[in-house]
Design a binder for this molecule. Structure first.
Ligand SMILES: Nc1nc2c(c(=O)[nH]1)N[C@H]1C(S)=C(S)[C@@H](COP(=O)(O)OP(=O)(O)OC[C@H]3O[C@@H](n4cnc5c(N)ncnc54)[C@H](O)[C@@H]3O)O[C@H]1N2
Ligand code: MOO
Length: 389
């Protein structure tokens, strides 16, 4: 059995970045920016008023001015401004030539075309300089996952089409005679397929394009039929049938179809029967069937693989450190990902750690990472964990 970090290295060597495509700005949110993009104009493109008020050359409390015109957003005042004159101005409007400051309308009384500064104007000039925000050629740097704030910035930069990483196409194949789909009426020996739905959600969140294929039954012919449906995928994820039982046929079905196996079995808990390799043009990861094992492998292996395919680099799932709120026992020979909750007084481990317990996984928001043979740890000691939310 190989270690988790060795397994990750082998996975990364199978997971090449997938290349780029251009999408309209409207479709770029959540996508990975693949190349730096640069502003096509200065922002603001002209000096403009930060407030509604009056543009003057200079002014103090008690000064009066003659209002000679108006500058509104989208409609500038074209003439110059001289001492003793004021231009009515609104937020975002271009600053007339000669303006020294903008007096807030709250600090002014107006009679006809004459204004008098009645309030203390203060230090602020209320003028936003051209290029204050960004200048032509300033860039948004890649790679990064584009957020709504980035979309706003790129719109202001007049970038209408955005180069982004192609989304990995991921086929998800649940396997097992016992499985039915959520919403179906399970027979007495049947259970509802859950892992495929959890993994699909995880993959969507990561920025992949997941596709649920029909459930494969526990026969080589059924597995082959469904695996063949996945032939246009970048990554094929199978769930279950990865262990040593008589009905665990995924490894054999994939081998029959030419899987170039990179490894089978990892020294971790849960997740030991994990396998991976190259299957035709696609990468394949065979996940264990136990629900918590499949989801933990999703967080520990699938998520970093998707990030690597998206061009975000080959690095393990980010870890944090926190102290323990409870004692934890010594670990065995496999790296253990233990379900826990972050509490005010530290990480609190769930008593029940069986890899079938989705209710515990759902209640957990952290996986404490225990290295192989880690000794017992006491309250207050620091441990590494993977945040789940
Ligand atoms: N003799 C041994 N037995 C087992 C070993 C071992 O080393 N020696 N390893 C155990 C470990 S660790 C795991 S993990 C499981 C995983 O085995 P498989 O990948 O072959 O998974 P299955 O046997 O197909 O299923 C296990 C369990 O999970 C349920 N399942 C499967 N698929 C789904 C799904 N899509 N949604 C929800 N639940 C699913 C399935 O019904 C079983 O209950 O093997 C141990 N055994
Ligand atoms: O290690 Mo398995 O993955 O017990 O559930």
């Amino acid at each position: 059995m190989i270690s988790v970090s060795e397994a990750l290295d082998r996975l990364f060597s199978l997971a090449a970045p997938l290349g780029t495509e251009e999408v309209p700005l409207l479709e770029a949110n959540g996508r990975i920016l693949a190349r730096d993009v640069t502003a096509r104009r200065d922002q603001p493109p002209f000096d403009n008023s930060a407030m509604d008020g009056y543009a003057v050359t200079e002014g103090a409390q008690g000064d009066s001015f003659r209002v000679i015109g108006e500058s509104a957003a989208g409609h500038r005042f074209t003439g110059p401004l001289a001492p003793g004159e004021a231009v009515r101005i609104f937020t975002g409007a271009p600053i007339p030539e000669g303006t020294g400051r903008v007096i807030l309308q709250e600090d002014v009384t107006r009679e006809g075309d004459t204004i008098t500064i009645t309030g203390a104007p203060g230090e602020g000039l209320h003028i936003r300089q051209s290029g204050d925000d960004f200048r032509t050629g300033d860039s948004v740097t890649a790679p990064r996952r584009l957020s709504p704030n980035d979309i706003a910035l790129m719109a202001a930069m007049n970038i209408a089409r955005v180069p982004v990483a192609r989304q990995p196409r991921v086929a998800i194949i649940a396997t097992g005679d016992e499985l039915v789909m959520p919403g179906e009426d399970p027979g007495p020996d049947q259970i509802v397929a859950s892992n495929s739905f959890g993994l699909r959600a995880l993959l969507s969140e990561l920025g992949a394009t997941p596709r649920l294929l029909p459930i494969a039954r526990d026969s080589l012919s059924s597995l082959r039929t469904v695996l063949e449906l996945a032939d246009d995928s970048d990554l094929v994820l199978t769930i279950g049938g990865a262990s040593v039982g008589d009905h665990d046929l995924v490894a054999q079905a994939a081998a029959d179809m030419g899987l170039d196996r990179a490894f089978h079995k990892v020294a971790m808990r849960p997740g030991k029967p994990l396998m991976s390799g190259r299957l035709g043009d696609a990468m394949m990861i065979g996940l264990p069937g136990n629900p918590v094992s499949a989801m933990v492998c999703g967080h520990v292996f699938v998520a970093p693989v998707i990030r690597a395919m998206l061009g975000l680099g080959a690095s393990p799932a980010p870890r944090k450190t926190a102290h323990l709120a409870r004692d934890i026992p010594a670990n065995g020979p496999r790296e253990h990902y233990m379900r826990a909750r972050r509490m005010a007084d530290g990480l609190s481990l769930f008593d029940r750690q069986d890899s079938s317990l989705l209710s515990i996984l759902s209640a957990a928001d952290a996986l404490i990472v225990r290295p192989p043979h880690d000794p017992a740890r006491s309250v207050g000691e620091n441990v590494d964990y993977l945040p789940l939310s």
